[in-house]
Design a protein around this ligand. Structure first.
Ligand code: ATP
Ligand code: MG
Length: 141
């Protein structure tokens, strides 16, 4: 069983899409193993997205992630990382496949509603970033 980190970004929480996105996640067979709602500080958003520090959109990304609360979750399943990336769809919602979370809900590449870890090492790091010292309470038996 693999774990991955999901974030429902401020644009998704603001537009009351938490339940719809959780439904898409659960209907895909992934398990919500832990979850909570938080409002990221600028410093936390900067740290979380530090890998993108040199990219031209970094400032805008950090800014948009702090505009309101987010829902951070740990998802569990076989191949959870790749499966959640598939379920999210392409970064640019115009290129996202029909039925994916981003095709259904995202506004733009900047406000693309969800984040998901992209590899085993980043998933480990990102789950630790938000859930270190927290029990992942809803693991599959
Ligand atoms: P995420 O990491 O959020 O799951 P991703 O892996 O599909 O998305 P990345 O390349 O890691 O995409 O970019 C991180 C985030 O930065 C994207 O989700 C998007 O919100 C933002 N972003 C990426 N490219 C651009 C861009 N050209 N203009 C504005 N924002 C961008
Ligand atoms: Mg990414």
């Amino acid at each position: 069983m693999e774990l991955t980190l999901s974030i429902i970004k401020p644009d998704g929480v603001r537009r009351n899409l938490v339940g719809k996105i959780f439904s898409q996640i659960e209907e895909s067979g992934l398990r919500i193993a832990a979850t909570r709602m938080i409002h990221l500080s600028r410093r936390e958003a900067e740290q979380f997205y530090a890998v993108h520090k040199e990219r031209p959109f970094y400032g805008e990304l950090v800014e948009s992630m702090t505009t309101g609360p987010v829902v951070v979750s740990v998802l569990e399943g076989a191949n959870a990382i790749a499966r959640y990336r598939d379920l999210m769809g392409a970064t640019d919602p115009k290129k996202a496949a029909a039925g994916t979370i981003r095709a259904t809900h995202a506004v733009s590449i900047g406000e693309n509603t969800v984040h998901g870890s992209d590899a085993v090492d980043t998933a480990k790091h990102e789950v630790g970033f938000f859930f270190a010292g927290t029990e992942i309470v809803n693991r599959a038996k």
